[in-house]
Design a protein around this ligand. Structure first.
Ligand code: SF4
Length: 179
């Protein structure tokens, strides 16, 4: 019997999806895109990033499953960590929030694997993301920033004219000290 190579790819934004989708396809996986990012603030930004992701998805004739946007629930999870800088203690909680939802969705859809585009970012340590992912069955440890993945995502996004946000996502990453 042929191995089921479907993987639910948690996607944080269109630009990061570009090189990640290519890498999965090159490695023989069949990606299903899952846009689950209640960390993004405000909602208009969530919608904007969704639109950019759909442009990338249509290039590969892939569908995008859009999760419910529930920023209030996400805020509850990071309660007490609002003052942390980007890269501090709030971020692993945020990663876990999205990975847990992705694992649950993969299970619901009968998709054997899941992973995340979060590892594309040079600001997000893949080691931390992997350590969290290991708590969930079906997680694939793929470091998308490796093999030139980050640089490729920048180049492809430029070529496609994609909107590339200047902050990570939540309202706390909008603060001046985080650039
Ligand atoms: S800075 Fe980014 S990773 Fe960290 S909590 Fe905010 S949205 Fe999540």
């Amino acid at each position: 019997m042929e191995e089921d190579k479907r993987v639910l790819l948690h996607v944080c934004c269109g630009p990061c999806s570009t090189s990640s989708i290519l890498r999965l396809l090159e490695e023989g996986y069949k990606p299903v895109l899952f846009y689950s990012d209640s960390n993004i603030y405000p909602e208009s930004e969530f919608i904007k990033r969704e639109g950019e992701l759909k442009k990338v998805a249509s290039l590969h004739s892939l569908d995008v499953i859009v999760d419910e946007y529930d920023h209030e629930a996400w805020r509850e999870k990071v309660k007490g960590l609002e003052c942390e800088k980007e890269g501090g203690a709030r971020c692993p909680v945020c990663f876990r929030y999205n990975l847990e939802r992705t694992c649950r969705k993969a299970k619901e859809l009968g998709i054997p694997y899941f992973t995340t585009t979060l590892t594309v970012s040079r600001f997000k340590p893949s080691k931390v993301i992997f350590a969290i992912g290991r708590d969930y069955p079906g997680f694939l440890e793929i470091d998308f920033k490796k093999k030139g993945g980050f640089e490729k995502s920048v180049r492809l996004s430029k070529e496609m004219g994609l909107y590339r946000q200047e902050y990570c996502g939540c309202e706390f990453s909008l603060r001046k000290e985080n650039g």
